[in-house]
Design a protein around this ligand. Structure first.
Ligand SMILES: Nc1ncnc2c1ncn2[C@@H]1O[C@H](COP(=O)(O)OP(=O)(O)OP(=O)(O)O)[C@@H](O)[C@H]1O
Length: 292
């Protein structure tokens, strides 16, 4: 269980903004911080990692106190069991993939973990290459592996996939979910991508102006609807066409284009470019508009 209750005055372009965040995250949960640019998402991750100070507050992880301004406790970033992945991979350019991972080892730490991570994120073929010779997705796999070398309990992911194309993104999402489950991590992701959030997270916290204004299950938050179904995909509407009494809605889901038959009532507030969830329980898929 991660319990966070922190305050920090931030300086924004519009003046001072109080970051005032309370989180209660279960062990093993995958949560996402979502919200407009400047809402305080990255600052929250940096405070958790011990890279940014607070005005006052507490952070407790599995009953271990990482931060308590009243008791003057502030565990150093190195001693917090955290792995951090940034948008811009931040790998050492002069070291091979393997050396980048080895560099993250703690003194006297068993090197076996390197082999294990190389296998998990499929870097065997790439391990002797330098980062500049790798694609963005490959580099981010290295950054993910590197964040796990010290066996963290908490994984912080700050828009790690936003520079990648859709195919790479989906692959990396699968790797992230794999390590999250395999290492029983508690993972906190910052993301703007609704499809990614719905695919990955158990819970979403929506931040605005430094405060959490809503939290809950991502599908309910984005659709105001409690959808359950045999399958759920998120996609974007690229066409709506009337065919006698029904409408054919064309939706792009990843790299696939699907056509869904909809009633007039389903398409009244739907337009080209809208994000939707396509869900199905039995035979007829339903379309639900996502409210970003
Ligand atoms: N160390 C700091 N001291 C004071 N203010 C800061 C500090 N770091 C960031 N800020 C300000 O806090 C505000 C929130 O920044 P933050 O990076 O946390 O937002 P964000 O929600 O992650 O945005 P984005 O989605 O654009 O990354 C910004 O206006 C930023 O300038």
């Amino acid at each position: 269980m991660i319990e966070v209750n922190i305050n920090k005055t931030l300086s924004t372009a519009k003046g001072k903004m109080l970051l005032d965040i309370q989180l209660n995250i279960e062990k093993g949960e995958f949560v996402t911080l979502y919200g407009p640019s400047g809402a305080g998402k990255t600052s929250t991750l940096r405070i958790l990692a011990g890279l940014l100070s607070v005005d006052n507050g507490q952070i407790t992880v599995d009953q271990k106190v990482w931060l308590d301004t009243e008791q003057k406790i502030n565990v150093t970033p190195q001693k917090r069991k955290i792995g951090y992945v940034f948008q811009d991979y931040a790998l050492f350019p002069n070291m091979t993939v393997r050396k980048n991972l080895e560099f993250a080892l703690e003194k006297d730490q068993d090197k076996g973990v390197i082999e294990e991570l190389i296998a998990i994120v499929a870097l065997e073929e790439l391990q002797h290459r330098k980062p500049e010779t790798l694609s963005g997705g490959q580099q981010q796999r290295v950054a993910l592996a590197r964040a796990l070398v010290r066996k963290p309990e908490v994984l912080l992911l700050d828009e790690p996939l936003s520079a990648l194309d859709i195919k790479m993104r989906s692959k990396l999402q699968d790797y992230i979910l794999k390590v999250h489950r395999q290492y029983k991590l508690t993972t906190i992701l910052v993301s703007h991508d609704v499809g990614e959030i719905i695919k990955m997270s158990d819970k979403i916290y929506c931040l605005e102006d430094g405060k959490i204004n809503r939290s809950g299950d991502p599908v309910t938050i984005f659709t105001n609807d409690q959808l359950s179904g045999k399958f759920q995909f998120t996609g974007e509407v690229i066409g709506i066409q009337q065919e006698e009494v029904v409408y054919i809605v064309t939706v792009i889901i990843g790299n696939n284009v699907v056509k869904i038959i909809a009633q007039e009532s389903e398409i009244t507030d739907l337009g080209i470019g809208d994000k939707v969830i396509v869900a199905s329980k039995a035979f007829n898929p339903v379309l639900v508009k996502i409210k970003e």
